[in-house]
Write a protein that binds this ligand. Structure first.
Ligand SMILES: [Zn+2]
Length: 403
């Protein structure tokens, strides 16, 4: 048997246990930074199979790092595990499958590492979903993850392809502090914080027509006053700004700050700008790794979308995996879980993630991950090629951002 067959048969042998782990996480959804059960379950399984496990990496109680050494220290191939859920919907993004596929692939490879140069790493990365304060476990763990020579992860989806783009994102809160006064009796003595926030929205809307097409800004009013007859002394809004590159995103955020500063000046209120999550960078795709993924899908009898089709999919979401892809050649394998067109973060997606379809996606995904890592361990020149490609793409993006 060749190594690829061995790795796949180990995954087949582990099938029931992997499904049990994935379904357990699915039945016990935990929100970002509170994934105590899931992180313990995944890290514990790796430990049972001889991995060196460190919990609480980067000062995050639900993060972990697990290492299995081969004959040498290099190359290091990292699998990234996510396991946070969404409020109310549970595992409507299928992170139970992501986390379990990562450990399944790593354990399968560990069984052949005595013959191979290099190391396998698994990073348990909490709080990918952006709703939670300080979200973005991968950003907080980036120093650790950057030690890897390549990073691979799975994401269930509505087709078999790879993630090719995601938008850089900044999440922030804008607050205004004014002065309360009777709205009829002494309006001239009040400083209206709500008007300052409304003017900020108006200025942002004026800004939109002068932004590049890929920029997006969405906002809500969080707090806008207590009663109509009191001049609001406090107002706050939450915003996301997104753009195709992190370089341009930073420019857009500066312009938004100017909108808020202008509104403060106009009304006499004072303004406070606070980031509410870590900055998510755009995903940099890596064709070298994508072609390996394609070959491995094929080996498993599955056709992956063509590169042209993949490029046409405009990834309009944002993920902290983008930050990883900026420093390490990265690939996000997408396996079909739901029928084409089914949205993520939906009830249908959550149900599928704990069903037969979820089990199939998990086993197929774990195999594609393991086989792709195996290719890299066997052919370190591919890693060099992937690193050169990343360097070149970053240079191109920086040049484009200046236009
Ligand atoms: Zn997700």
């Amino acid at each position: 048997m060749d190594l690829k067959q061995i790795v796949c048969s180990v995954i087949d042998e582990m099938r029931d246990r992997l499904i049990e782990i994935s379904d357990t996480i699915h039945r016990n959804p935990e929100l970002g930074f509170r994934e105590y059960k899931a992180s313990k379950l995944l890290a514990g399984e790796l430990e049972k199979h001889g991995f060196q496990v460190e919990m609480g990496v980067s000062n995050l109680p639900t993060a972990f790092k697990a290492v299995f050494k081969g004959k040498t220290e290099k190359p290091k191939i990292a699998f990234l595990a996510e396991y946070d859920a969404l409020p109310k919907l549970g595992h409507a993004c299928g992170h139970n499958i992501i986390g379990t596929a990562a450990i399944g692939a790593a354990i399968a490879l560990s069984k052949v590492m005595s013959d191979l140069n290099g190391e396998i790493m698994v990073f348990g990365t909490p709080a990918e979903e952006g709703y939670v304060e300080n979200a973005g476990g991968k950003v907080l763990m980036l120093d650790e993850i950057a030690k890897a020579d390549a990073a691979i992860m799975l994401h269930p989806s509505d087709a078999n392809y790879v993630g090719y783009s995601s938008l850089a994102r900044e999440a922030f809160r804008i607050e205004f502090f004014g002065k309360a006064a009777h709205a009829a009796g002494a309006p001239h003595k009040g400083v209206n914080a709500l008007e300052a926030l409304i003017l900020t929205f108006v200025s942002i809307n004026a800004l939109r027509q002068h932004l590049k097409k890929d920029a997006m800004i969405h906002g809500i009013i969080e707090k806008g006053g207590e009663a109509p007859n009191i001049v609001p002394d406090y107002a706050s809004g939450r915003f996301y700004a997104r753009a195709a590159s992190i370089e341009y995103l930073m420019e857009v955020v500066e312009k938004i700050k100017k909108c808020a500063e202008g509104a403060a000046l106009q009304t006499g209120a004072s303004m406070k700008f606070t980031k509410t999550a870590n900055t998510y960078a755009n995903l940099i795709p890596n064709d070298t790794l994508i072609e390996l993924v394609r070959e491995n899908f094929k080996l498993l009898g599955v056709e992956m979308e063509s590169l042209d089709e993949i490029r046409k999919r405009k990834g309009l979401g944002s993920s902290d995996f983008g930050n990883v892809s900026q420093v390490v050649p990265s690939v996000e394998v997408r396996v079909a879980l739901v029928p084409s067109g089914t949205p993520g973060h939906s009830v249908e997606f959550a149900e599928a993630a704990g069903s037969e379809a979820g089990h199939r996606a998990l086993i197929l995904g774990a195999k594609v991950l393991a086989l792709t890592a195996l290719d890299l361990l066997l052919n370190p020149s591919l890693i060099e090629k992937a690193k050169m490609e990343l360097k070149k793409r970053k240079e191109e993006i920086a040049k484009l951002a200046k236009i």
